[in-house]
Write a protein that binds this ligand. Structure first.
Ligand code: ADP
Ligand code: MG
Length: 242
């Protein structure tokens, strides 16, 4: 059975796509059969992070019943498989939030798990996304505005029968102006799954159009993503890359 694992945040720019891409890469490196899917139907951008955006077939064509899902799966040079969303205004315009629910009938059996980069949008769109999931990972930055928005999506998620695995705190500067891990844990009532530092290597990987975990495997942020992947599958993390 295919598990649908969503990555969601309350606001944009906190690193949701970065987490989804690197989690998928780290899980693939651990030998897991996973596919990354861009499930933000109005602001798809996974493919842009991976340096590829001219696709004849995207998730949109699949959901419009114009193509098979197999024809929308692509291999990235890093080795991961991904399903891009259409990035044009035509794709965004011809989308309704309920459409994402159709992924279930196409995705079942494709892989052990599909990692879904979720939408930052209105409650209707977020609820449609949540209804698809088995498990959810929230991503936030350690500041009050982001956390307040995270609480809003958490409240929506709690109305669905899904397992909320916890929260990833991303873009940490480790300074006195940030909310601490314990505060975040207490405010959300969720375990912290990972603490990812703010690091220039993330932008370097984006510039190089690769997941950081494959672009710079030994950097501290890559290690944090690999640790996160190990935690998600219940394995102990061992840093084998020097
Ligand atoms: P979202 O999907 O939540 O909108 P992105 O993953 O696109 O966020 O990240 C927004 C920007 O922040 C991107 O330019 C990305 O490279 C950068 N970024 C994300 N996480 C980090 C990090 N840990 N350190 C440095 N830059 C980061
Ligand atoms: Mg994004």
């Amino acid at each position: 059975m295919t598990k649908y694992i969503g990555v969601l945040s309350g606001k944009g720019g906190v690193g949701k796509t970065t987490v989804a891409i690197n989690l998928t890469t780290a899980l693939s490196l651990l030998g897991r059969d996973v596919i990354l899917c861009d499930a933000d139907l109005t602001k798809a951008n996974v493919s842009l992070h991976l340096g590829a955006h001219r696709f004849k077939t995207t998730l949109h064509e699949v959901l419009w019943q114009q193509a098979t899902i197999q024809s929308a799966i692509y291999y990235h040079q890093s080795g991961i498989r991904f399903i891009p969303g259409g990035i044009s205004s035509y794709h965004a315009k011809n989308t309704n939030p309920e459409m994402i629910k159709g992924l279930k009938s196409h995705g079942d059996g494709l892989a052990e798990a599909i990692i879904l980069d979720g939408p930052v949008s209105d409650a209707k769109t977020v609820n449609a996304f949540l209804s698809l999931l088995d498990e959810l990972i929230l991503v936030t930055t350690p500041d009050l505005p982001a956390l307040t928005d995270t609480l809003r999506v958490l409240h929506l998620a709690e109305q669905h029968k899904i397992t909320i695995l916890g929260v990833v705190i991303n873009r940490i500067h480790f300074n006195e102006f940030e909310l601490e891990k314990d505060n975040i844990q207490a405010m959300l009532g969720l375990p912290v799954l990972g603490e990812i530092p703010e690091h220039v290597s993330v932008r370097a990987a984006l510039k190089n159009e690769k997941p950081l975990v494959s672009h710079d495997p030994s950097c501290e942020v890559s290690k944090a993503f690999k640790k996160l992947a190990s935690l998600i599958i219940g394995e102990e993390y061992h840093a084998i890359v020097k």
